[in-house]
Design a protein around this ligand. Structure first.
Ligand code: IVH
Length: 694
């Protein structure tokens, strides 16, 4: 899919766009400090091309559409044969149209096609004299490039000596593999430099850098082999007649790296359809490659076909780049979340300003581990290069350091496990909760014992850690079979605290079903959903007997959530059975189970009309509660509203029937006033629900 071209409306906009594109292009070819990602650049150039098509007499000489490298690049080493660019296609249709027009031009179908990856690095010409690498030249403007011979010996795949003493020029792409890029940024930041935004920038910057205190390896992939002035005439003649695929085999034989040894090796095929098959294969392999590709290059394989097709001033007519969608975009790093996995690994995750990459909106990206954040010198508020290819999890490649404003903030690392509050083992690159696999257990038991669930006083995270570590508790039901002796055996557990804890556990057995459900931690059901489910089904038995359709009758549960709740309950069945056996209450006071299955579903959906002083009313509680309600948490207030027949909500709208506004109530009170919603004080509300207060 092609993203739309930038819209240029007048000559001034056109001139500005050309200037921006030239700057971006220069950055692209020289180690880059462009604020445009590839996609934005492509859009800009397509916009420029569209304007030029309408205004052919006003095309600026510096326009990127007519240029080879498209920008102000240094370079004074002339190329023996121009280093051309490639024309692009973006779809199978465009590709087929190109093959048809090429066939028309040469007077017959192309005999064979060579299909190979379009490597995302920068073009280089490597001149070998009698087998020895003497000169490295960048593409520059295609006619002359910059001498970067200082990089000789630092590029894997570009041997200092060929296997034969021949005089030839090898052309290809210098890039950094993912590993080399990571290493480059590590070295660079360790030497006080700013990280490179992506492997391409890193390769361009590294290739041109002289006098570095350190060496960063890069990788070369050849895609061309041609004679030089000093080449033996027989060899020159032979090279001139070789098909592209054979030239690549020859380059490999001489010791030059080619895509041949990778998963995306070049292949030679007979028809355009077969070429398309390989295009799709290479595209599918892209996400797993250890180096970047931004398309697939299809070439007429035979030298004779190439000669017949000829070249334009910018690109050969016998080759085309089938461009793949951009996999990188620049966006902002808004925050970092720390998530604890099943094994206790604490992994950072980037929260991004949503950005669309290849059709999906990306909001999160992996950051691997804390050391990675430090190594990449990432800061909150940074512009970051985000990479997403195929189904692979998006990753933050690096900050775009030159876009910093100085307002970026350091990323805070957690001092305690974000899930269970225990210490963190920071000994390895990947941080781990000291509770390891038990972290989840500690967190889930602490949650279950919390004030709004089973409300077991004296069972905080520290105590839970002790119980888990002592092997006394391995799930929620174990809590209810703890003995006095077991508790006394724990450190810092005296008789009084033991008795208090046992009493709190015993009291917890009487909590309503809604809270037991919440304590079980059924995925997708929080506190208010648990209350709705409990009120609807009234008993755990009725709930467990319900299928997805029956569960969907509960307000707020849709077709997606219902089956997952059924599955969760089935998974929790043994635990629920043990809780029941331990005497834990499994009923919701005041609720009646729905009519048995087979009844009228619509009646069930409507349910029994709610009774009580707040029947049918949506109530919002805000501010601090006082008087008789002072001790009630927000959750308990919501429970009270629902016991009184009302529906609790956290936001005020036209549908709100009543707002209980305590001290410090702010915007919700103001909104209620503006909408004319009835407002009551906590004291007035306490009178309304007096019968339900104990
Ligand atoms: S052939 C005369 N083959 O893509 C043909 N180029 O966007 C010129 N590139 O300038 C190039 N992989 O820097 C060719 N397999 C490949 C390539 C390739 C990457 C680069 C090259 C070229 C640019 C055009």
């Amino acid at each position: 899919m092609t993203t739309p071209a930038a819209v240029i409306v007048d000559a001034a906009g056109y001139a500005e766009a050309v200037e921006e594109a030239v700057k971006a292009s220069a950055a692209y070819y020289t180690g880059g400090t462009s604020a445009l990602d590839d996609d934005a650049y492509d859009r800009l150039v397509r916009g420029i091309a569209a304007w030029e098509a309408e205004n052919p007499d006003r095309v600026l000489p510096g326009s990127p559409t007519g240029k080879v490298a498209g920008g102000a690049v240094d370079g004074d080493v002339p190329h023996t044969v121009a280093m051309l660019s490639l024309d692009n296609v973006f779809s199978a249709e465009e590709f087929t149209a190109w093959t048809v027009s090429l066939a028309r031009r040469i007077g017959h179908d192309v005999t064979r096609f060579s299909v190979e990856p379009k490597l995302d690095g920068l073009a280089i010409a490597a001149r070998y004299t009698r087998g020895r690498l003497g000169r490295l030249v960048t593409r520059g403007d295609g006619t002359a490039g910059e001498d970067v011979s200082h990089a000789i010996g630092t590029v894997d795949g570009l041997p200092v000596r060929l296997t034969e003493p021949v005089t030839v020029e090898v052309r290809g792409e210098v890039l950094m593999t993912t590993g080399q890029f990571e290493h480059a940024n590590e070295l660079r930041t360790a030497h006080g430099g700013q990280p490179f935004a992506n492997p391409r920038n890193a390769a361009a910057g590294t290739l041109r850098a002289r006098d570095r205190a350190y060496t960063v390896p890069m990788t070369f992939f050849g895609y061309g082999l041609l004679p030089l002035a000093g080449t033996d005439p027989d060899l020159a003649a032979r090279l001139g007649e070789l098909a592209h695929g054979d030239l690549m085999s020859e380059a490999a034989r001489l010791g030059v790296n080619t895509p041949g040894g990778t998963a995306v090796s070049g292949v030679v095929v007979d028809t355009a359809e077969q070429a398309l098959v390989r295009v799709r294969e290479i595209a599918a392999l892209r996400a797993e490659l250890p180096f970047g590709i931004d398309g697939i290059v299809v070439k007429a394989d035979l030298a004779a076909d190439q000669r017949a097709a000829g070249s334009g001033s910018r690109a050969p007519r016998w080759a085309i780049a089938y461009k793949l969608p951009a996999v990188e975009k620049i966006t902002r790093l808004l925050g970092v979340e720390w998530n604890v996995g099943r094994t206790g690994i604490i992994a950072p995750r980037a929260v991004l300003e949503p950005v669309e990459i290849d059709g999906s909106v990306i909001t999160y990206a992996t950051l691997h581990n804390p050391a990675d954040i430090t190594r990449r010198d990432l800061r909150l508020g940074d512009h970051v290069m985000v990479h997403r290819a195929g189904d692979v999890i998006p990753r933050v490649e690096a900050p775009v350091a030159h876009l910093r404003t100085g307002e970026e903030q350091p990323i805070a690392f957690p001092a305690a496990c974000p899930r269970c509050g225990s210490g963190i083992d920071t000994g390895e690159q990947r941080w781990r909760c000291e509770n390891g696999r038990n972290c989840h257990l500690v967190a889930s038991l602490s949650y279950a014992a919390g004030r709004d669930q089973l409300d077991i006083e004296g069972l905080g995270a520290t105590r839970v850690v002790q119980l888990v570590e002592a092997g006394l508790v391995s799930d929620l039901a174990d809590l209810f079979t703890l003995t006095r002796d077991q508790l006394l055996s724990l450190e810092r557990m005296g008789e009084t605290s033991t008795d208090n804890l046992l009493a709190a556990i015993a009291a917890a057995k009487g909590q309503p079903l809604s809270r037991v459900l919440c304590a079980l931690g059924v995925r997708g059901t929080g506190r208010s959903m648990s209350r709705r489910i409990a009120r609807h089904f009234a008993t755990m038995d009725a709930l467990r007997a319900a299928d997805a359709a029956a569960i969907q009758q509960v307000e707020g549960i849709g077709t997606e959530k219902a089956p997952s709740i059924v599955a969760e309950l089935a998974e929790l069945a043994p635990l629920i059975d043990r809780l029941t056996a331990a005497g834990v209450n499994m009923a919701e006071p005041g609720a009646t189970p729905p009519a048995p299955a087979g009844g009228d579903a619509d009646d069930e959906a409507a349910g029994e009309p709610a009774a009580g002083p707040l029947a049918g009313m949506t109530v919002v509680v805000t501010g601090a509660m006082t008087g008789a309600l002072e001790k009630l948490s927000r959750n308990q207030m919501n429970e009270l509203v629902e016991r009184a027949g009302g529906r609790s909500s956290s936001s005020v709208s036209g549908k709100t029937g009543l707002v209980v506004a305590g001290e410090g109530a702010g915007s919700k009170r103001a909104k209620a006033e503006a909408l004319g919603v009835r407002l009551v004080t906590p004291a007035e509300f306490a009178v309304l629900v007096a019968d339900l207060l104990d």
